[in-house]
Structures are given as structure tokens and as C-alpha cells.
Design a protein around this ligand. Structure first.
Ligand SMILES: Cc1ncc(COP(=O)(O)O)c(C=O)c1O
Length: 380
């Protein structure tokens, strides 16, 4: 018998998924199950319609005018790798930040280690926020790309993306945004924010299943494919077709996952979900206020937060706190560096990291009260 869990790790992946997501995935496998765009029979056509419907819905969500510029990916990491490795050229300089997730940092560090690019990592200010002026100062004549996370996956603080985008555009640079923690809860307008490439997983706040993610590629970005192969169309060409989305989408996509995502997007309520999650965060912040040993890491008002926060219990390693929460209280949280080691250097929580608590759309106040009580007990 499975032990009931209070799941507070929605920043890693959302759980549970809404029933409609699971039902649609099962229905697709039972009734459709075809390979999209590969043939003219019903199952293939239906699969292609689902794949396209998701593109249309994602484009609408981020206010992109061409759905064909939405590339279906495996996850956020896949989308970021396609963007970085496909757009950077030898000799390019890149401006990134101390808040980057390893899915941005590692590809960039690897390209820098091979002397293909040079890299400036802009430190964050005391409020754990990227300073747009610091980005401007880091730009050199060789700079080709600026990248930032939209909201830190360690602190939950939303970054001044529109301002950074404006600076990147003034310098005629490409602007890549990692929207892993914002897509599905925070408004994104790729045009108004001057975003040339937007990478996001679809298994977090977009409530799709794992194995789903997307990359928006604007018209200013020239992204070369690293994966080449069958697309179901234009088979006569000896090389990958130039047209989007097939240019960056070789191979059979995760149609079962996309069927689930299609259903997820139909019932999405970004504003209400963000409001709900902020209310729960406020409850946690108030609930641990009286406990000196419990410290919230990363400053910022609720109005600038997505639904996650980091904390530590003084004198106890985060990994041990998480293990006790799991084993003694049935509460699932994440501990450690959360794949963002540079951010922890800024927060002075390196190398042990923090406990990250991230409620989701279905988390209740009663569950949060159990977390607060458990933290109090552990600290005592
Ligand atoms: C800020 C940030 N970027 C990128 C990723 C990578 O996303 P995925 O796990 O879907 O590859 C994550 C996931 O935790 C994240 O939080």
C-alpha cells in the first residue's frame, strides 16, 4: 500500500496531473496512437492535429504570432541545448547570470572550455536579482547572446526580463530566456519582452506529463538543427528542411505526452494558480516566523515570487531535513543545490544548498500546516 505523500516538489515536476491529462493519454493510446504527419490514414492525421493544437495553444500562451515557431522538445534541458548549441558560433561571447540552472550553465561552460565561445557570468545583487545595468556592462563587441532565467528555481524570485530584453535588443543581440519556473503561471509576451528564444518544460506548471517541453524560436534567431532525420514531409531533400518546425523536429515526437499536454492546456488557470501558490507561500513564511532556527533564503516580496521558496534549518543539513520530512512526516521536498550551484554561492548556501518547498495547484492549506508543524518539530 502506497504511503500518502504531501507532495511539495512541484518545481521539479508537477504532481498530481489533472485527471483530464491522464484520461486523454489513455484515450489517445486506446483509440488513436498514430505517428503524426507520416500518413493520410485517420490515426496519423489525428496525431498530427494534436501535435499542431499544442503548438497553437503554447504560441497563444506566450503571445507568439507563428505556432510553427514552437518546437516540441523532451524537457526544458533539451530546449535550452537546442537553443544554445544551435545558435552560437565560434568566437561568440555570451552574457549569462549567476542564477542559471545547469541546463544553461553546463552547455555554456562546455562550449567555453572548448574555446568555441567566451562567457561572462553576471553576479546577482543582494536582493538575488539580476541587475540589468550589470548585463549592459558585460556586453562586448563580440557578444552575440544574452540569457537569463525568468524566475530563479532556488529563490522563486522573478527577474526583470523585459528590461534585460530591451538592453539586448538595443545592442542587436539574441535574447534567450529560461522560463522553466514561469511558463503556465506568469504572463509571458515574447514580443513585448524582446525574447528571441524561450525555453520551457511543459511538465511543471503547464501540467503536462514528463517528456514534454518546448522552445520558441523567433525570426531573429538562426538556430541550426543538431538532430537531423525523418520529418514525414519533404523526404526528397538530402538535408534537413529549412522550414519551421520540421527544421528542429526530426523523429517521431512524444505524441502520447503531447496528447496529455493538449488536455492540460485546456484547463490551465495561470493567474488563479499563481495566486493560490502565493497564498500558501505566505502561510509558510508566517508559520515559521516564530522559529529562529528556520530561515527563509532569498529575499523578495510575494508579488515577485513564483510558487517556491528555499529554507534551511540551522544546524541540520538540508539533505537530512528532507530525509526526516519524508520518512517521519510523509512530506516530499527537494534538498541540495537544485542544479543551480552559482546561485547558492550568491546566497551563501553553497555547498549544502537548501530545502526547496514548492506547492502546486492541488496543495491545500492543511498540507502546508502539516509542513509548518513538522519544521517546528524538527527544529526543536
Ligand atoms: C530554472 C530551470 N531551468 C531548467 C530546468 C530544466 O528543466 P527539465 O528538468 O525539464 O529539463 C529546470 C528544472 O528543474 C529549472 O528549474
Amino acid at each position: 500500500m502506497l504511503r500518502p505523500t504531501i507532495y511539495l516538489d512541484n518545481a521539479s515536476t508537477s504532481w498530481p496531473k489533472p485527471r483530464r491529462v491522464i484520461d486523454e493519454m489513455v484515450r489517445f493510446m486506446d483509440e488513436d496512437g498514430g505517428s503524426p504527419g507520416r500518413a493520410g490514414y485517420r490515426q496519423s492525421v489525428t496525431a498530427e492535429r494534436i501535435v499542431h493544437d499544442v503548438r497553437v495553444k503554447l504560441a497563444r500562451l506566450i503571445k507568439a504570432d507563428d505556432p510553427n515557431r514552437i518546437i516540441h522538445c523532451l524537457n526544458g534541458t533539451d530546449a535550452l541545448n537546442i537553443a544554445l548549441k544551435g545558435s552560437l558560433r565560434e568566437g561568440d561571447h555570451v552574457v549569462c547570470t549567476q542564477l542559471d540552472h545547469n541546463s544553461v550553465s553546463r552547455p555554456l561552460e562546455a562550449l567555453a572550455a572548448r574555446k568555441i565561445i567566451s562567457l561572462t557570468r553576471v553576479p546577482v545583487a543582494g536582493d538575488v536579482c539580476v541587475d540589468p545595468d550589470a548585463i549592459r556592462e558585460a556586453i562586448t563587441p563580440a557578444t552575440r547572446l544574452v540569457t537569463t532565467v525568468h524566475a530563479s528555481n532556488v529563490t522563486g524570485i522573478i527577474q526583470p526580463v523585459a528590461e534585460i530584453g530591451r538592453i539586448a535588443r538595443e545592442h542587436d543581440l539574441l535574447f534567450l530566456v529560461d522560463a522553466a519556473q514561469t511558463a503556465g503561471v506568469v504572463d509571458i509576451d515574447v514580443e513585448a519582452m524582446h525574447i528571441d528564444m524561450l525555453a520551457f518544460p511543459c511538465h511543471k506548471s503547464l501540467l503536462g506529463p514528463s517528456g514534454t517541453g518546448a522552445l520558441y524560436v523567433g525570426k531573429r534567431a538562426d538556430v541550426h538543427p543538431w538532430r537531423e532525420g525523418g520529418t514525414g514531409a519533404d523526404s526528397i531533400y538530402p538535408t534537413q528542411p529549412e522550414e519551421f518546425p520540421t527544421r528542429l523536429e526530426a523523429g517521431t515526437p512524444n505524441v502520447v505526452g503531447l496528447a496529455g499536454l493538449n488536455a492540460a492546456l485546456d484547463g490551465l488557470t495561470p493567474n488563479q494558480t499563481l495566486e493560490h501558490e502565493r497564498t500558501l507561500l505566505e502561510r509558510i513564511i508566517r508559520g515559521v516566523e516564530g522559529c529562529d532556527k528556520v530561515r527563509i533564503i532569498g529575499d523578495g516580496p510575494l508579488s515577485r515570487r513564483v510558487g517556491l521558496l528555499s529554507l534551511v534549518i540551522d544546524g541540520l543539513a538540508p539533505v537530512d531535513t528532507a530525509a526526516i520530512l519524508d520518512e517521519s512526516f510523509g512530506i516530499a521536498v527537494r534538498a541540495g543545490l537544485h542544479c543551480a550551484p552559482y546561485a547558492h554561492r550568491a546566497l551563501e548556501t553553497f555547498p549544502d544548498g537548501t530545502i526547496r518547498v514548492s506547492p502546486g495547484w492541488s496543495t491545500t492549506e492543511a498540507e502546508i500546516d502539516q509542513l509548518i508543524a513538522a519544521l517546528g518539530e524538527i527544529a526543536a
